[in-house]
Ligand binder design. Structure first.
Ligand code: PRP
Ligand code: URA
Length: 209
């Protein structure tokens, strides 16, 4: 069974309220998305494996825990997922970054792929697929399909705002992945936008319309 976690931390909740506000401009919106992504990643990565390594402090040698294995890949779903990458890299600067380019058809709301590239040895990494918005779930399902088709096994998906419809669809399609959600909203509207949501995340991050 897929598991999902709603991030209850007050700092995350407060910052999500700020990005919902239509009066929050591009510059502030972008900074907040980065901060929220960092705070959420701190929670989502609490099970990263550690190994004991030998180091010398100025006082004496000792064994100390460090993150083990091939470490991580952050995989944003373009465009809006790009806004989350720097916040996560602030925590894990050695992570590699993949890209999954998808856009939603405005009429059918189905995702269309236009560019994808993943880091090497993806099968050995903890992979964090990120996108601020989980609406119908079509983009998230396709992105995780792509990662799995290329060998990814240890996959987490992280979004800032989810609609119940999208969360259910993602859990049905990929019951084996761990899902992290900032806030779960009420529903989708007739244009498949999340209500109350925050509007179009890509447009608000990049100042397009
Ligand atoms: C938005 C968002 C997600 C997708 C969610 O991207 O960033 O990727 O829609 O919708 P879904 O769950 O119904 O698939 P969009 O396709 O608008 O592209 P953009 O990020 O380039 O603006
Ligand atoms: N994509 C967005 O950016 N916002 C929504 O509400 C739905 C999809």
């Amino acid at each position: 069974m897929a598991k999902y976690t709603i991030m209850g931390h007050p700092l995350i909740q407060h910052k999500i309220s700020m990005i919902r506000d239509k009066n929050t401009g591009t510059n502030e919106f972008r900074k907040l998305i980065e901060e929220i992504a960092m705070l959420m990643a701190y929670e989502a990565l609490r099970d990263l494996p550690l190994e004991e390594v030998s180091i010398e402090t100025p006082i004496e040698p000792c064994m100390a825990p460090m993150i083990s294995g091939k470490k991580m890949a952050v995989v944003p779903i373009l465009r809006a997922g790009l806004g989350m990458v720097n916040g996560i890299l602030a925590l894990v600067p050695t992570a590699k970054v993949g890209h999954i380019g998808l856009y939603r058809d405005p009429v059918t709301h189905e995702p269309h792929e236009y560019y994808c590239k993943l880091p090497e040895l993806i099968d050995q990494r903890t992979i964090l697929v990120v996108d601020p918005m989980l609406a119908t779930g079509g983009s998230a399902v396709d992105a995780v399909n792509y990662v799995k088709d290329h060998g990814g096994k240890d996959i987490k998906y992280m979004c800032i705002i989810a609609a119940p419809e999208g969360l259910e669809r993602l859990m049905d399609a990929h019951p084996d992945i761990q899902i992290y959600v900032g806030q779960l909203d009420r529903c989708l509207n007739e244009d498949a936008y999340i209500c109350p949501g925050l509007g179009d995340a890509g447009d608000r991050i990049f100042g397009t319309k």
